[in-house]
Design a protein around this ligand. Structure first.
Ligand code: GAR
Length: 209
């Protein structure tokens, strides 16, 4: 059983997609053991509790400085002894110590086709605003392993989504979620849980079978 911790900051629709995937048995061999949010008002915490999952808030405001917050975050993660950590809209800079400790065990969902519209400053609606401003006709979502950079880790899965002429950042965000994020994130968790995701020496990821 893949013991999974999901880290969230907001609405938690990607968390919900994983919860639903496990319930429908589209995702097998997986248990969400804890949901952690940096934002105590995140609706994602409510979604976790409704599903009977332990929900914990680690808020930067409760700690004297960033180092203390990072320590508390790592403590909360370690206490769940996870096999996988899913960043599902987690808007926190991940401490390098956590990345070292859980190398190739942390995945992130990003709402664009990396390497477009990613890196520092590209999160949430800002990604879709930038895609529309650039006039791209295709966008999408990416699931990748987390390394020391911002959105630079090995790509596991991507799905493209067409931009419509009358799209607003909000309509595009919704379509990218529905057509891409809520599909590839649960799918990736299932593939990892069933030992089908392999990382090569050069950082390239292959899916077995
Ligand atoms: C999702 O669109 C996710 O891809 C994005 O935040 C949203 C969270 O929504 N993540 C990033 O932008 C990370 N750079 P959710 O809370 O409803 O899952």
């Amino acid at each position: 059983m893949l013991k999974t911790v999901v880290c969230v900051s907001g609405g938690g629709t990607n968390l919900q997609a994983i919860i639903d995937g496990i319930e429908r048995r589209d995702i097998t061999n997986t248990q969400i053991v804890r949901v952690i949010s940096n934002n105590r008002h995140a609706y994602a915490l409510e979604r976790a509790r409704k599903a009977g999952i332990e929900a914990v808030c680690v808020s930067p405001g409760d700690y004297g400085d960033r180092a203390q917050f990072n320590e508390a975050l790592i403590r909360q993660i370690d206490a769940a002894s996870p096999d996988l950590i899913v960043l599902a809209g987690f808007l926190v800079v991940i401490p390098p110590e956590l990345i070292r400790k859980y190398r190739n065990k942390i995945i992130n969902i990003h709402p664009s086709l990396i390497p477009s519209f990613c890196g520092t400053g590209y999160y949430g609606l800002k990604v879709h605003e930038a895609a529309l401003a650039r006039g791209v006709k295709i966008t999408g979502a990416t699931v990748h392993f987390v390394d020391e950079g911002t959105d630079t880790g090995p790509i596991i899965m991507q799905k493209a989504v067409a931009v419509q002429p009358d799209d607003t950042p909000e309509t595009l965000q919704r379509r990218v979620m529905e057509e891409a994020e809520w599909v590839i994130l649960p799918r990736t968790v299932d593939l990892i849980a069933n030992g089908r995701v392999k990382t090569g020496d050069g950082g390239a990821v292959s899916i077995q079978g």
